[in-house]
Write a protein that binds this ligand. Structure first.
Ligand code: ZN
Length: 169
């Protein structure tokens, strides 16, 4: 397994729309394992392929306390939404920044698993929030897009400056 580099906001590659995966091959399974390793190491509770600069529809999630309940969603689609919930979110691509975002409280998601088999999952709580956050990544969307324009501008400036410093050091 190998750890992957995570793209950081405001990297424009985070705005790429992911394409569906045609075949769940061994290469995809290697990518899933690498993404899980990268996510656990960060540490984080979810990671989208977009964040490791692979623009295919794949996300991994594990919201369990013991980090032993990994989910992988290939070509995921939310087929049902219910309720509303406001939750504080963070993102491995926007380090050390947290903000409240409104999401659906309960969702049903349809996807393929690591064997290419279709499955359906009903989720609520943290798992539902995390899945919605990760699926946004596949559309090139970030949780900070839900903030006010002024807050977004400030954040953009701050992170652009950090990126510049990191590049010159
Ligand atoms: Zn994220």
């Amino acid at each position: 397994m190998a750890k992957l580099d995570i793209l950081r906001f405001p990297d424009p590659r985070l705005r790429t729309k992911a394409v569906p995966i045609k075949e769940v091959s061994d290469a995809i399974r290697v990518l899933i394992d690498d993404m899980l390793e990268t996510m656990y190491d960060a540490p984080g509770i979810g990671l989208a392929a977009t964040q490791v600069n692979v623009h295919q529809q794949l996300v991994v999630v594990d919201v369990s306390e013991d980090k032993n309940q990994p989910y992988c969603f290939i070509n995921p689609k939310i087929t049902q939404r219910d309720g509303e919930e406001i939750c504080e979110e963070g993102c491995l691509s926007v380090p050390e920044y947290y903000a409240e975002v409104q999401r659906s409280e309960t969702i049903t998601v349809k996807a393929l698993d690591r064997d290419g088999k279709e499955f359906e999952l009903e989720a609520d709580g943290m798992l539902a929030v995390c899945i919605q956050h990760e699926l946004d990544h596949l559309k090139g969307k970030l949780f900070v897009d839900y903030l006010s324009p002024l807050k977004q501008k400030r954040l953009q400036k701050k992170f652009a400056k950090l990126a510049k410093q990191a590049a010159s050091s």
